[in-house]
Design a protein around this ligand. Structure first.
Ligand SMILES: C[S@@+](CC[C@H](N)C(=O)[O-])C[C@H]1O[C@@H](n2cnc3c(N)ncnc32)[C@H](O)[C@@H]1O
Length: 279
């Protein structure tokens, strides 16, 4: 029986898979970097923080646009790799719900595919609000779910449903923000005090010549699907992998397999003045 909290599960997972994440999935999540940075305005001279920064690519891209950018992540291994990737940039270990910064320290805060891994995403949104200056922008992305164009998640769900006989006991509410939900995102940012939330669907896709890299994402990287697969016998796990491989292969066009992974970008603003603050 699983007795760990989601926070413990996530910290353990990200502490041991930084390298494989960077080698495989960071290339996919990085497709969201340009639209995220476009959404927070001119970054020249801006103070910018990336929360749940992973291996550092968004921080480096923001710095290229002229921002004084830094990143935090709660996994030491992620921060070590971010520092190795970009030795000139500033990274530190910190929890999104307890940021080691003063109030109003940043002009912009981002969180790329981080909130879906948090037990209490509301706490991270509240912290983003606190460390933003009045008028500053907060932008975050979440993956669209299996019923909303997230083909890779749909493939995993189907294969698991077809072959898992005894699913493991996972934490009751995995997280409120597991997948993109514009209404919920709006509610959470408004509750924190943000105004003018807006939403943009971003096209992200995984492309490869074989099915293996996509199977690896589900079997070795994605926290929840890996937990489910690890809880199964090797025979069942092999059946799930084979079912996923067949569905992934079915997406092949000529030499290339393309799997859609759309994301939702939410952008909201901290009120510029007291009079704009919602009552
Ligand atoms: C899917 S990865 C995203 C990494 C990167 N932002 C990207 O887009 O590639 C999720 C990241 O969130 C971090 N994370 C999860 N919960 C966190 C928390 N409570 N505080 C800070 N970082 C957290 C993990 O360590 C991991 O690096």
């Amino acid at each position: 029986m699983l007795t760990k909290t989601l926070h413990e599960i996530e910290l353990e997972a990200w502490s041991e898979r930084a390298a494989i994440y960077d080698d495989t999935f960071a290339g996919i999540s990085s497709q969201a970097i340009p639209p995220i940075l476009d959404s927070i305005g001119d970054l020249k001279g801006a103070r910018h923080l990336d929360v749940a920064c992973g291996t550092g690519h968004l921080v480096a891209a923001a710095a290229l646009r002229g921002a004084g950018s830094e990143g935090v992540d709660f996994a030491q291994a992620m921060i070590d790799l971010a520092r190795a990737n970009y030795s000139g940039a500033r990274f530190q270990v910190a929890d999104a719900a307890q940021l080691p910064y003063d109030d109003a320290a940043f002009d912009a805060v981002t969180c790329s595919f981080g909130l879906s891994h948090m037990e209490f995403p509301e706490a991270a949104v509240a912290e983003a609000y606190r460390v933003l200056r009045p008028g500053g922008r907060f932008a975050f992305t979440l993956w669209c779910g299996p019923d909303d164009g997230g083909t890779l998640f749909a493939i995993a769900r189907e294969a698991v449903a077809a072959h898992v006989i005894a699913p493991p006991r996972l934490p009751e509410a995995w997280t409120r923000l597991r997948f993109a939900d514009a209404r919920l995102c709006e509610q959470i940012v408004r509750e924190a005090g943000f105004v003018t939330p807006s939403f943009e669907r971003i096209g992200v896709a995984h492309q490869s010549a074989t099915a293996q890299p996509a199977i690896d994402i589900l079997d070795r990287i994605a926290v929840r699907s890996r937990l489910i697969l690890e809880s199964q016998s090797s025979a069942i796990r092999a059946r799930i992998r084979a079912a996923m491989a067949a569905q992934i292969e079915a997406l092949r066009v000529d030499e290339l397999i393309r799997i859609e992974l759309p994301a939702l970008l939410t952008v909201a603003q901290k009120p510029a003045s007291e009079s704009e603050r919602p009552s």
